[in-house]
Design a protein around this ligand. Structure first.
Ligand code: AMP
Ligand code: ZN
Length: 469
């Protein structure tokens, strides 16, 4: 079966046929690096990583480009507000460059811990100002822009199909009240958007460049069009993001890209649904938000979160709770234990031969190829782990095969190692402290063992120790 993907543009599941036979051009909107990523943002990147892995498992080479937004993303979607990075820099009394650098590193620390494959090309907006200016000039030559009050705007009335991705009702919207967005009187149509700013709420800001329209900085949307076309060509296969990008960011990206080239820009649009918290969509503007670091402080591992995310289809909303994360953690522990038992038993990777094993493999592949049905893929993993009729080697081989898409690091599970004598001595001392009800000391010893890389587990049957995975 070919890969089938839900295309937001057509609102249907379509067979995936890339432009080039075996190489896929994939562009994913990257982070705006003014703050830590919250676990909602990470859900979107995890869906994109799963997509990439499934394409690779299906035999494609994936040329993945991701941007880093380090300029031009304002606090308001309607071109109002301040640059998000500049605002954070002012609050922290640091330079914008320091803010960008710090949060980019923090982002990739999370990215790596979640076992996501790094993009083939990672591109910073501030390194591609030239490409953005070129694209705006092209739009200007073709009559799609106007300058007003110092800013260069894209005129949505200069194209016939603005809003086709979101299926916007433009007539209805023109008349609707726009209380949420400060109206920019310089816009001919309220939906026009800024390509180049020379006017900013902040006045002079740190990131500014010379341009044919004056010293200034690019609008947020132009970077994704300019960089994706620079690295992937004027038409490419897949563009992804979270669903909140559909009505404005991706809509504007399409408008300016297709106006500049006169061609269809992207073949398949894929969008991940939201992670919700108790009050609705998880977002940074609410102030407090959950990060991967916070989950780890509470005793979870990054891959527990990956497991939780895999348990919901990417096009369904997922409500986060610590109870569900706890369930994901214990499920993952059981999977890891089962795989460790296979490794301890000497299981090896083999050529799959039995009809039973081959049918598990085919079913798994067809499930992930069916618009990334990861809940079903996890069910397949459990079925294999529990299937006593399958030879251990085939079970182990299937687990490793599935993990190419699931990325739970099951391939890194090694046989139990003998626990070193100094660790055992501390563990025994801890058992004595616990038996003597010296709780403070017993906890301190458990923490010391944790820093050495060992987990102590207490149960009604007694305590045990094992190496952290
Ligand atoms: P940002 O760094 O704010 O540009 O967001 C990065 C990505 O996270 C974008 O693709 C957003 O669409 C996505 N996103 C934002 N909030 C959520 C959420 N609550 N759940 C899932 N994805 C989200
Ligand atoms: Zn983008």
């Amino acid at each position: 079966m070919p890969v089938q993907l839900y295309n937001t543009m057509s609102r249907t599941i379509e067979p995936f046929v890339p432009i080039k036979e075996s190489e896929v051009g994939l562009y994913t909107c990257g982070p705006t690096v003014y703050n830590y990523a919250h676990i909602g943002n990470l859900r979107t990147y995890l869906f994109e990583d799963t997509l990439k892995r499934v394409l690779m498992l299906s035999g494609f080479t994936v040329n993945h480009v991701m941007n880093i937004t380090d300029v031009g993303h304002l606090t308001g979607d309607g071109d109002d507000g301040e640059d998000k990075l500049q605002r954070m820099a002012d609050a922290k009394k640091q330079s914008v460059w320091q803010i960008a650098d710090y949060y980019t590193k923090a982002f990739f620390a999370d990215f790596d811990e979640l076992n996501m494959i790094r993009p083939t090309t990672l591109c910073k907006a501030t390194d591609h100002i030239e490409q953005m200016i070129d694209l705006i000039s092209r739009l200007e030559e073709r009559g799609h822009t106007y300058t007003s009050g110092g800013n260069v705007y894209f005129s949505i009335d200069s194209i016939p199909d603005y809003g086709k991705l979101a299926r916007l009702d433009l007539d209805g919207m023109q008349n609707a009240s726009r209380e949420d967005v400060e109206v920019d009187d310089h816009k001919k149509n309220p939906k026009d958007f800024v390509l180049w700013f020379t006017r900013s709420k902040h006045g002079e800001q740190e990131m500014m460049w010379p341009s044919p329209w004056g010293r200034g900085f690019p609008g947020w949307h132009i970077e994704c069009s300019a960089m994706s076309m620079y690295y992937l060509g004027e038409s490419f296969d897949i563009h992804c993001g979270g669903i909140d990008a559909i009505p404005v960011h991706h809509t504007n990206e399409i408008a300016q890209s297709e106006a500049a080239t006169g061609k269809e820009w992207v073949k398949y649009w894929l969008h991940g649904e939201f992670l919700l918290d108790d009050t609705g969509k998880m977002s940074k503007s609410k102030g407090e938000f959950l990060t991967l670091a916070l989950l780890k402080q509470k005793g979870f591992e990054a891959l527990d979160y990956r497991y939780l995310v895999l348990g919901a289809h990417y096009r369904s909303q997922l409500r986060f709770s610590f109870e569900s994360l706890k369930m994901a953690q214990s499920a993952r522990r059981r999977i890891n234990e089962a795989v460790r038992a296979l490794v301890n038993g000497g299981s090896k990777r083999v050529e799959l031969a039995s009809a039973r094993a081959l049918s598990y493999r085919d079913a798994f592949l067809s499930h992930v190829q069916n618009d990334l049905n990861t809940p079903q893929a996890l069910a397949d993993l459990w079925a294999v782990i529990k299937d006593g009729e399958l030879a251990a080697d085939e079970r182990y081989t299937l687990v490793l095969y599935f993990d190419q898409a699931l990325a739970l690091r099951l391939d890194e599970i090694s046989a139990d190692e003998a626990i070193p004598a100094d660790v055992m001595a501390l563990f025994e001392e801890r058992n004595r402290a616990k038996a003597a009800k010296e709780w403070g000391r017993s906890d301190a010893l458990r923490d010391e063992l944790a820093t050495m890389g060992y987990v102590v587990k207490d149960s009604s049957a007694g305590s045990s120790i094992e190496k952290k995975m």
